[in-house]
Design a protein around this ligand. Structure first.
Ligand code: NAD
Length: 333
């Protein structure tokens, strides 16, 4: 029986992973703290570890895991920017992930952020609860007839494009690997990246974080955005240079920012810090803009996505333990 140390476990992880592992030859040890160089040695005696988006799988951590006898790192997410794959290979560690679970969960959350921020639903909700029925400051705009720019037309970006088309928007897109047949069938126009920036009223990011896409949204690219445009990020925080967007928000050039991910979210998102003093000044600044909406990396959080993440993660761990080939796109090293 394989023992897997599961790091950064939240109650919903426990519920869905335990259900998926039920009856399988798999023992899971759940830790509520994150995986990093200091906590890696707690996997001693485990054949596998299961990690998430804000665990830090750097070289030191991976070396410690390998020295403890771990052979398999099963990521229970799609992104793997927090794993040093070169070091994993050198340490002889197999790294797997869940390549797709529910693109609908993330794309629908992006749409929820757009609707909430545009129509000020978050502010209206608070006002009505305080019996303040004034509408001052709640004016939004029709999405119908506006232009949405989708950056990255992979699984999530394509679903998001369909949702925004459903609102009657013109949808333009940029992807270095375009899908012309899909675009033609769904009324989406591919444009050069700069042109997407120039014409979009809403710009929604659906691309992975890589060294090339780090700070894709920076002072220069923000300057090319249409004045008053809204930027939506449900992908990875480091795609956006926070300093640059704060500056553009203060000048009124950026009309809105809706983010489910934040550059420095590690150690903050997924935790209850309500009794503590926030140390991140840029994040604190973002929270006081009336035209900024932040959720704490919850776009994936639907029942369907959690079930699928747990099912594929357990399948990966079992395949790893008996040397069976992994399903396509799951194996990273
Ligand atoms: P995917 O691999 O299916 O699609 C990514 C697309 O981005 C690909 O088509 C690729 O060609 C494109 N791309 C790569 N570099 C680009 C660039 N420089 N400019 C424009 N496009 C580029 O991935 P997906 O499943 O659609 O996921 C997209 C991202 O969403 C993931 O990388 C992950 O970071 C994020 N995500 C977030 C959550 C959340 O809970 N917030 C959950 C799942 C995924």
């Amino acid at each position: 029986m394989t023992t897997t140390a599961v790091y950064d476990t939240k109650p919903y992880d426990y519920e869905y992973l335990a259900a998926a592992a039920d009856g399988k030859p798999l023992r899971m040890v759940f830790h509520d703290f994150r995986l990093g160089a200091e906590t890696a040695r707690l996997a001693e005696g485990c054949g596998a570890v299961c990690a998430f988006v804000n665990d830090q799988l750097d070289r030191e951590c991976l070396k410690t895991l390998a020295a403890c006898g771990v052979r398999h790192v099963a990521m229970r997410c799609a992104g793997f920017n927090n794993v040093d794959l070169t070091a994993a290979r050198e340490c002889g560690l197999t790294v797997t992930r869940v390549p797709a679970y529910s693109p609908y969960a993330v794309a629908e959350h992006a749409a929820a952020l757009v609707l909430t921020l545009n129509r000020r639903i978050h502010r209206a909700f608070n006002r009505v609860r305080e019996q303040n029925f004034s509408l001052a400051g709640l004016v939004g705009f029709d999405l119908h007839g506006k232009t949405c720019g989708i950056v990255g037309t992979g699984k999530i970006g394509r679903v998001a494009a369909g949702i925004f088309r459903g609102f009657g928007m013109r949808v333009v897109a940029y992807d270095p690997t375009p899908q012309p047949e899909w675009a033609a069938a769904h009324g989406v126009e591919y444009l050069a990246f700069d042109d997407v920036l120039a014409v979009s009223d809403i710009l929604s990011l659906h691309l992975p974080l890589t060294p090339d896409t780090h700070h894709l949204i920076n002072a220069a690219t923000v300057a090319r955005l249409k004045p008053g445009a809204m930027v939506v990020n449900t992908s990875r925080g480091k795609l956006i240079d926070t300093t640059a967007v704060i500056d553009a928000l203060k000048r009124g050039h950026l009309g809105g920012l809706a983010i489910d991910v934040y550059e420095e979210e590690e150690g903050m998102f997924f935790e209850d810090l309500s009794g503590e003093v926030l140390q991140d000044d840029e994040f604190s600044r973002l929270l006081v803009f009336p035209n900024v909406l932040v959720t704490a990396h919850q776009a994936f959080l639907t029942r369907e996505a959690l079930s699928e993440i747990a099912r594929v993660t357990v399948d990966n761990i079992l395949r790893g333990s008996c040397g069976e080939p992994f399903l396509p796109n799951t194996m990273l090293t």
